[in-house]
Design a protein around this ligand. Structure first.
Ligand code: GLY
Ligand code: MN
Ligand code: MN
Length: 459
């Protein structure tokens, strides 16, 4: 048994991704893509390995300590993979390795070598090429080694060997490809979204005032893991009460209180593709009047922003749609006063809405791709995937607003594909209206009798 290609992306798609990258860099260039590092967590314990997204996108190869070289037009093969050699002893302890043999047989490499041969082979692979495309500033050790290999090629100049004269960031050639998702990618992202939606539904069903935030986090993880997401796509946020106003809250250890809202921002990662969903709901199953009023403002802003997603629309259009409705709502409810256009112009709304309305989504939760081209917001195109996630956050100590608004934090986030016809919401199975949420929160059979049990657990 060896490690084999286990991706849901067909092998032929990896071939066409490599061909597209080689087309983008041109015939006299070479691209180098290192695998992710495998960082230590503490003492002799490691984090679960997660492959670098660029590396995985091009190879589906799941192991650390590897390097992809793409050399367009090279006679002995264009796709060269350096990886760990087979090692019976190491494989017994740490798992199977493809080895160079498996890299060729199962991952489509034209040639493969042990990583131990990198220093011996890289100068020759760079020689004669004009441009090198590689990530820079990400892995200092790789940067240093690349510098050394280039230096060795330059030193052979008197022997008539041409050294690359230009160093380019890989991003510029590769990330435009990753920005547009294929049918296979969208199908994985739909599945990641469906699994994540189930996690949110489970968390809503289990919510109750006597429970802890981490109990809801456990529901999310249960659904993700049970359906094949090896990990969340990012640190899950379960923020109740005023914790919902901390944008990157991850402690998730507070005991929730009757009357709180809880904000959950969590998504699973499936085959290296992320889902990213936020829902906000009352832990006791009923929105208070002020909570519902602000919730309806955020929901209206979110629906208007989603509606603005269509091919040809500017990247900025959903944000502008959301900001207008949020600002109008803040004025209508007395949190801001003045003219809506003026409050947008001056940025006064940022007191309550301090982030942007979305980001690209894909293999990375904040996925790659430029948001502007030549200083202009980019037009949306079919195959792009973005989040739409407006919110309102009233600081618990904000004395400029009536006391009943303070400490309310609300965000609603969905994942949206731009389609030829407009858009498709991948995360539509996650309850979102007040009625849908109130019908579900707290309904888990595990809540029966749990209030009394929970009350015995020290807060
Ligand atoms: N969960 C990260 C984000 O929503 O951007
Ligand atoms: Mn997001
Ligand atoms: Mn999110």
């Amino acid at each position: 048994m060896t490690a084999t290609l286990r991706s849901l992306i067909p092998a032929a798609e990896f071939v066409s991704r490599r061909a597209a990258l080689m087309q983008a860099i041109g015939p006299d260039a070479v691209a180098l893509i290192p695998a992710a590092l495998h960082p230590r967590r503490n003492r002799d314990t490691e984090y679960r390995f997660r492959q670098d997204s660029d590396f995985y996108y091009l190879s589906g190869f799941p192991e650390p300590e590897a390097l992809i070289v793409l050399a367009p037009g090279r006679g002995d093969g264009e796709f060269i993979l350096f990886c760990r050699p087979r090692d019976r002893e190491m494989e017994i302890w740490n798992g199977y390795r493809a080895g160079p043999e498996g890299a060729v047989k199962d991952f489509g490499a034209d040639q493969a070598f042990s990583v131990a041969e990198l220093d011996a082979r890289l100068p020759d692979l760079l020689a004669g090429r004009s441009r090198v495309f590689a990530p820079m500033g990400v892995q200092p050790d790789f940067d240093r080694r690349l510098g050394g290999w280039l230096g060795q090629v330059r030193a052979k100049g008197r022997a008539g060997i041409k050294a690359p004269g230009e160093l380019h960031l890989l991003d510029s050639a590769l990330h435009p490809l990753r920005l547009i998702k294929s049918v296979a990618e969208l199908s994985i992202m739909q599945r990641a979204a469906d699994i994540s939606a189930e996690g949110h539904r489970r968390a809503m069903a289990l919510a109750a005032p006597y429970r802890h935030e981490y109990e809801l986090e456990a529901e999310l993880l249960h659904a993700f893991t049970r359906h094949g997401c090896p990990a969340p796509a990012y640190g899950s946020i379960v923020g109740s009460g005023a914790n919902a106003c901390i944008l990157h809250y991850t402690e998730n250890d507070r005991r929730m209180q009757d009357g709180d809202l809880v904000l959950i921002d969590a998504g699973g990662e499936l085959d290296h593709y992320a889902a990213d969903i936020t829902r906000t709901f009352p832990v006791n199953g009923r929105f208070s009047d002020p909570q519902r009023e602000l919730y309806e403002v955020v929901l209206a802003a979110q629906l208007a922003a989603i509606d603005a997603v269509r091919p040809g629309a500017s990247w900025q259009a959903p944000h502008e749609a959301a900001v207008r409705i949020l600002t109008q709502g803040l004025v209508d409810h007395g949190l801001l006063s003045g003219d809506v256009d003026g409050l947008i112009e001056s940025g006064a709304f940022r007191r309550f809405y301090m982030h942007r309305t979305g980001h690209w989504l894909g293999m990375d939760v904040h996925d790659v791709g430029d948001y502007q081209i030549d200083g202009q917001w980019r037009p949306l195109q079919a195959g792009m995937v973005l989040t739409v996630e407006p919110g309102l956050y009233v600081a618990p100590d904000d004395e400029t607003v009536a006391a009943h608004w303070r400490g309310i934090g609300i965000r609603i986030e969905d994942d949206v594909v731009v389609t030829e016809a407009g858009h498709h919401v991948l995360t539509a199975r996650t309850p979102k209206t007040v009625a849908e949420i109130e019908a579900l929160v707290g309904t888990s059979p595990r809540n029966h009798g749990a209030r009394e049990q929970g009350a015995r657990v020290p807060a």
